[in-house]
Design a protein around this ligand. Structure first.
Ligand SMILES: Cc1cc2nc3c(=O)[nH]c(=O)nc-3n(C[C@H](O)[C@H](O)[C@H](O)COP(=O)(O)OP(=O)(O)OC[C@H]3O[C@@H](n4cnc5c(N)ncnc54)[C@H](O)[C@@H]3O)c2cc1C
Length: 591
């Protein structure tokens, strides 16, 4: 199945919806202008369409395998990776001091939507490499930057993130991997990590593992965890690879989707390791890596949803069944049935909303570093922190739901593997689980992000949404006034729920935890609606009839079919935990 990179939508959203044009004016990104943006998106889209998409199906059917202790990737993946690295895609956002291109995260994220959409399993390898680049840029020593970071930026080597252990998944306090100091100034790591994405493979010359472990006598819990760098092949001071380190994949998982991405169990049998950053500060440092990865995972949701949507739309033109509800034609293409049209509109409007949400988060993260004014930097940082869990969870849930709708539109053919849409559904399902499950994202939102710095970010988002509502109301044509009403009601519901949850947080934490996921869904729906509003207003301002018909139509549909649920979600968010305890879990056991 072919994949068409949605370059027009990406360019439009960057320029007119999320504030990319303002980024072009900051001194921090001297190389970012309209021509660069167009060239990057065009080249990424071409690579995704012509090189990565054709490998997607074979990657799924063949999968990565482990042979004699070494992981082999499906045919074509290693060549594609070499071409990918040679084109400089790993280093888009890295500093020019380390060989990168110094471009904003927002542009890189837009380019990577096409990679994830074309071949999600492949995209995970650079996703983790970029996260390792972020962590080493922030916390690596000068030597680690010269030796490892520069080679991650060129793509010569790839990176991994090693957190999970059998007894320690969401709760990283339980990590047991041990880091013993050695006489040579290094550490020796002992332990097992599980579920490590691209933990071993044959695509690059070396692999740089970033690993959480404990030193002897370190405090219990999360305060005693440090971050270590463990190369697969030991590295001489001139950067040339030496002997194999004592780290190896002991197996790879058989799993529902992303078969080409090897999910490895990793054994550390006295592996030589170096400390990254400060002792016992590893978890905080790893969060730098995880926040970058969380946003990318949100974009995986968008990419896979876009791919599934394209396939469903094409099928809905071809497949004929029954009478058209509108023209009476028989047999009519199924796209002429209102229920199919409803699903397509739901898919497309949620994709546009989720894309805007993810790109907005990236723009905020860019301004958090790049704005010239300290107040603006702080406001942008708080916004990026507020939006990151929503972008991760809301966009990945959308990815699964949209892939499921695409399958539904295919009828029985959707359930049959050769159409390819079933692969989208299977691949999409992991994204709500890894990088912190979506339940954990909702808890992070409610417990930490909402009230951060007196709730500044939430207050600023609300004010901007209300400005947008006022602009839509003031339009003489009135074509967005119904949508403005829906958006205002949703924002008001989200605000009321946010206040309730913050009070509950003080009085009865379990009440606020019980409402966390419905609240994230409510705020995600609302911010998604804001993105659609901004897109519709921009399209109308630009006066291109075709585009404004699409953007206004999507916004209006979203108002009636997504935002209309806001009062129900608010009620769930504020229901507390009483009804959750109405039935004892043991009483639900059958028999
Ligand atoms: C394909 C794949 C690739 C992965 N890649 C990597 C990788 O590269 N590196 C890495 O380190 N890990 C990786 N992981 C691991 C992944 O991040 C974890 O699976 C995930 O964090 C959840 O941990 P867990 O599986 O132990 O689930 P658990 O923590 O056991 O959670 C089970 C359920 O309980 C819920 N839950 C847990 N704690 C709480 C709580 N306090 N409050 C409310 N609900 C809670 C969760 O939301 C979930 O629904 C990968 C996993 C998979 C399947």
């Amino acid at each position: 199945m072919s994949y068409t990179p949605p370059l027009r939508d990406l360019a439009f959203d960057l320029a007119h919806v999320v504030g990319g044009a303002r980024l072009m004016q900051t001194a921090a990104f001297p190389g970012y202008d309209g021509d660069t943006q167009a060239a990057v998106l065009e080249a990424a889209g071409r690579f995704a369409r012509d090189v990565l998409a054709p490998l997607n199906r074979a990657g799924d059917t063949t999968g990565s395998r482990i042979e004699n202790g070494v992981v082999r990737t499906p045919a074509g993946f290693a060549d594609a990776y070499r071409a990918f690295a040679a084109a400089g895609w790993n280093g888009l956002t890295a500093s020019p001091d380390h060989g990168g291109q110094g471009l904003p995260r927002a542009l890189a994220l837009a380019a990577f939507e096409t990679v994830h959409g074309a071949n999600m399993a492949f995209g995970l390898c650079p996703l983790l490499t970029q996260s390792a680049i972020e962590a080493l840029s922030a916390f690596g020593s000068d030597r680690q930057k010269a030796l490892y970071l520069t080679r991650l930026v060129t793509g010569e080597w790839t990176g991994t993130m090693n957190l999970t252990e059998p007894q320690s998944g969401s709760d990283l306090a339980g990590i047991r991997t041990r880091a013993d100091p050695a006489v040579d100034g290094h550490f020796r790591l002992f332990g097992q990590k599980i579920f490590i994405t691209w933990g071993d493979h044959d695509m690059s010359g070396n692999i740089v593992h970033l690993v959480l472990a404990r030193t002897p006598g370190a405090p219990e819990g999360t305060k005693g965890i440090s971050l270590f760098l463990v190369p697969k092949m030991l590295v001489h001071e001139d950067g040339s690879p030496g002997n194999a380190n004592h780290v190896r994949p002991s197996g790879i998982e058989h799993k529902l989707g992303i078969h080409a991405s090897p999910t490895c169990s990793m054994m550390f049998d006295g592996a030589q390791a170096e400390l990254v950053g400060d002792l016992n500060n590893g978890l905080a440092q790893m969060f730098t890596m995880m926040n970058a990865a969380r946003l990318q995972v949100g974009m995986e949701g968008v990419g896979i949803a876009e791919r599934a949507f394209q396939q469903a739309l094409a099928y809905s033109f071809e497949r004929r069944q029954g009478h058209s509800a509108w023209t009476g034609e028989y047999p009519a293409p199924i796209v002429d049935h209102p229920d199919i049209r409803r699903m397509l509109m739901l898919m497309k409007s949620r994709i546009v909303a989720a894309r805007g949400l993810c790109l907005s988060t990236a723009v905020a993260a860019d301004f958090a570093d790049a704005a010239s004014d300290a107040g603006e930097r702080k406001s942008a940082r708080l916004r990026a922190e507020l939006l990151t869990p929503i972008a991760k969870a809301w966009a990945t849930d959308a990815g699964v739901e949209i892939a499921s709708l695409a399958l539904q539109i295919h009828g029985g053919m959707g359930y049959i593997e050769e159409t390819g849409v079933a692969q989208c559904f299977r691949d999409a399902r992991i994204a709500p689980i890894y990088e912190g499950t979506n339940g954990i994202q909702a808890i992070d939102l409610v417990s930490r992000k909402l009230a951060s710095e007196g709730g500044q970010a939430m207050g600023e988002v609300r004010a901007e949404i209300m400005d947008c509502v006022a602009t839509m109301r003031a339009m003489p044509t009135g074509e967005l006034s119904g949508f403005a009403e829906r958006l205002e009601v949703a924002m008001s519901a989200a605000w009321t729920a946010a206040q309730w949850l913050q009070e509950a947080q003080m009085k009865s934490r379990s009440d606020s935890l019980a409402g966390a996921t419905p609240f994230l869904n409510l705020l995600g729906d609302t911010i998604g609606g804001w993105m659609l509003a901004k897109g519709a207003l921009a399209a109308l301002r630009m006066d291109t009839a075709a585009r404004s018909r699409v953007r206004v139509g999507l916004a209006r549909f979203y108002g009636e079919h997504v935002l209309a649920r806001s009062s129900g979600l608010a009620a769930s968010a504020m229901a507390g935990d009483t009804d959750l305890r109405a039935v004892a879990p043991r009483d639900m056991v059958p028999g």
